[in-house]
Each structure stands twice: as structure tokens, then as C-alpha cells.
Design a protein around this ligand. Structure first.
Ligand code: CP3
Length: 362
């Protein structure tokens, strides 16, 4: 091990030690907590004026490669909202760019791929991600864990299906028709694609964990488009490969997708310690589908934040009650059922954090 790597891993271990007893990590391990921990998917970003200010004139993917900027943007929602965890500021397509895929993030649209992946020959463009391919990620995580103290840092990656959808469609899609056509019609090509993506995703998570992230979330945002049998056959092996690859680090692994009511059990079985639930399934029902031995994360409808404060509080209380109704040692991490939206009032989010902390204090 080189001196820098040794110093980095010492720093990573020190941070994980400091954050070990945080409410967030305790809940993820299904241990008793002083209050229900809360963080928000997409808590960094356009809902915050201080984000818009520091991002001015800097394209999204460029911003992900500037460690000082990544540190600042990651810390902004922690400072403002007093959330129980930071989520690393980056994007699911950053590792694709790192292996040479021509990808851009178009404002208001999302990731756009110049040359979509459609053939066996295209697979060779998805070379493995090496541990030193993303020095800017290692550096940014290092800067963050230095500053975060006992607040845990969540690393993340896109899951093979969700990444495959962007790569095959060439951009965002509602119906995922080209992706599904490949999955159903060219199963060997599909298996090769999601297997390569599993390796890239696992490598991206390892880079973040080794630099100091104390939990990871796998975003399979669009997997709710699949029927359970198709998920089990064509996608789950690749997602399981990702979870298995990082199991040895002992950091909690969260698995999240939107519209996954019928998939919740499988999302847990794929290897997660915590299953993220969107707003369509009450947490007590989700717990039955997921089964024992896993914590749950969620699941306030993000759109509720546009209603008056009294309504936000009523709906947040319902989420806390549904989690309590599960009983046993099921840990609960409060979150929205999907990400913060750019037009949301950040003050409503700050108030929600305080409300969850106060209401759940024990
Ligand atoms: O605060 C955080 O959650 C951390 C940062 C984060 C971003 N993207 C930053 C970002 C995370 C965890 C992601 C993951 C991501 N990226 C997902 C999975 C999460 C989910 O929402 O389901 C997906 C599907 C993507 C792909 C992607 N990147 C989309 C759909 C968009 C939005 C496009 C738009 O302009 O509406 C992006 C861009 C992006 N990623 C932004 C941010 C803050 C907006 C960029 C900007 O400021 O213009």
C-alpha cells in the first residue's frame, strides 16, 4: 500500500468509527435509536439557492470532477436541514463517463448518450472501471469525511437495469422499449451488458467505501417497469453481484427503486440490508413483503411537501406510525418516496427534519 493510500484508509476508518453510532447507521443495522434518522434523496441540488450559486456556469458532469465543489455541494443540505446523513454529490452516469462513454447531462432532461449500446460489439466500450480511474471521487470523499465528523456519508451508484436503460435508449425513457426489447429478444447480449455494468457499479461503490463512505445506496430508479419474474430472471443476478461485491466491507447496503411495490421482496433478496420504499406502499405493508431481517427507508410522497405545513406533518406522522406498527427490530430511516424536486421550498424540508426528530424522540 502506498503512503497516500494508507493515510486515506486510516482516514476512512476513522470516519466510519466516528459515524458508527449515528442514528442513521444504527437504524440501518436495526439497533435502537434516539430518534428516527432522516435524509432526502436528491437533498443536494436545485432546490437550494446556495447550490445554484456555486454551480453557475459549470456543467453538471464537470462539477462532479471538482472535489472542493463536490464537498461544498454535499455539505449544503447537511448544514441547512440538519439531516442525519450526507449523500455524496455525483451522478449515476459518472462511472460510465470514467470508462469512456460519451455521456452528457442535459439540464431539465437528464443523461444523454451519444452512441447508445445496441450490439455485442458495443459491449467492448464498457471496459472495467479500475480503482484509480476516479481520483477526483477518492479526493472528494476524503475531503468530506474529514469535515463530516459523526455525520455518515452515503455513497451510491446506479443499478445495472437503470444504467442499461440510459445506455440502450440513449437517454431518459418512460417505457424503456428498446431496453426491454434487448432484454426479451437478445438475452445473451442483455446478460453481457448488465454483467459489465454490475462490475462497473461494484467498482464505483468500492472506490467510495474505501475512501470513507459509511453506507451505500444502489439506485435502481426505473426497475419498477419490470414484472417480478422478468426482474428475477434478467436483472436480479446482476444487482446481486453488486451487493455481493461490497458485502465484505460491512457497511449497510440500501436498495431503492420507484414503483417497486411488486418487487420489494426481491429487492431485499438481491442482497440489501435496507430496502427503500416509494410512497405507494405503506411501510407496514412493505415490511410484510420484504420479510424480517431488513430495515426500511422511506416513504413520504414528495409532492406532499407542496401542501401546507399541517398537512406535511399529518402525512409524516402517518409514515412514522406505519413504521412503528411493524414492531420487532425493523429499523426505519425516514426519507421521501423519491427525490427532492427542484421547485420545492427548502424551508419545508428543514421543518420536516425537525418535525421527524421531535415526533420520534424516545
Ligand atoms: O443529493 C443527492 O441525492 C446526491 C446527488 C445525486 C444526483 N444524481 C445529482 C444530480 C444522486 C444520488 C443522483 C442519482 C441519479 N441520477 C439517479 C437516481 C436517483 C433518482 O432520482 O432516482 C438518476 C435516475 C440520475 C440520472 C439523472 N441525473 C437525472 C434524471 C437528472 C436530472 C435531470 C434534470 O435536469 O432534471 C440528473 C442530473 C442531476 N443529478 C442533477 C443533480 C443535482 C441536476 C443537475 C442540475 O443541477 O442541473
Amino acid at each position: 500500500m502506498s503512503e497516500t493510500t494508507a493515510a486515506q484508509s486510516g482516514q476512512a476508518a476513522a470516519h466510519r468509527g466516528a459515524a458508527y453510532d449515528s442514528a442513521f447507521l444504527r437504524a440501518a443495522r436495526r439497533e435502537p435509536v434516539p430518534h428516527t434518522p432522516v435524509w432526502f434523496m436528491r437533498q443536494a441540488g436545485r432546490s437550494l439557492p446556495e447550490y445554484l450559486k456555486v454551480r453557475e456556469g459549470i456543467p453538471m458532469l464537470d462539477s462532479c470532477m471538482r472535489p472542493e465543489l463536490v464537498k461544498e455541494i454535499t455539505l449544503q443540505p447537511v448544514r441547512r436541514h440538519k439531516v442525519d446523513a450526507a449523500i455524496f454529490f455525483s451522478d449515476i452516469v459518472v462511472p460510465l463517463k470514467a470508462v469512456g462513454i460519451d455521456v452528457d447531462i442535459k439540464p431539465g432532461v437528464g443523461p444523454v448518450i451519444a452512441d447508445p449500446i445496441r450490439t455485442v460489439a458495443d459491449l467492448d466500450r464498457l471496459r472495467p472501471l479500475e480503482s484509480d480511474d476516479m481520483p477526483y471521487i477518492t479526493e472528494a470523499v476524503g475531503l468530506l469525511v474529514d469535515e463530516l465528523g459523526s455525520t455518515p456519508l452515503i455513497g451510491f451508484a446506479g443499478a445495472p437495469f437503470t444504467l442499461a436503460s440510459y445506455l440502450v435508449e440513449g437517454g431518459p425513457s418512460k417505457s424503456h422499449e428498446k431496453t426491454k426489447a434487448m432484454m426479451y429478444g437478445a438475452p445473451e447480449l442483455w446478460a453481457g451488458l448488465v454483467d459489465r455494468l454490475a462490475d462497473i457499479t461494484a467498482a464505483f461503490l468500492k472506490i467510495q467505501i474505501e475512501a470513507g463512505a459509511s453506507a451505500v445506496q444502489l439506485f435502481d430508479s426505473w426497475v419498477g417497469a419490470l414484472a417480478p419474474d422478468d426482474y428475477r430472471r434478467s436483472v436480479m443476478p446482476a444487482s446481486t453481484k453488486v451487493f455481493d461485491a461490497v458485502a465484505g466491507y460491512g457497511v449497510p447496503r440500501i436498495h431503492f427503486g420507484v414503483g417497486t411495490g411488486e418487487l420489494l421482496g426481491l429487492l431485499g433478496q438481491a442482497g440489501a440490508d435496507v430496502v427503500g420504499v416509494d410512497w405507494r406502499v405503506p411501510l407496514n405493508v412493505a415490511a410484510e413483503r420484504v420479510g424480517p431481517g431488513k430495515a426500511l427507508q422511506g416513504n413520504l410522497d414528495p409532492a406532499v411537501l407542496y401542501a401546507p405545513t399541517s398537512v406535511v406533518e399529518t402525512k409524516a406522522r402517518e409514515v412514522l406510525h406505519a413504521a412503528q406498527a411493524i414492531g420487532g427490530d425493523t429499523g426505519h430511516i425516514f426519507n421521501l418516496g423519491h427525490g427532492v424536486m427542484p421547485s420545492m421550498d427548502p424551508d419545508a424540508l428543514t421543518r420536516l427534519v425537525a418535525f421527524v426528530h421531535e415526533t420520534s424522540a424516545r
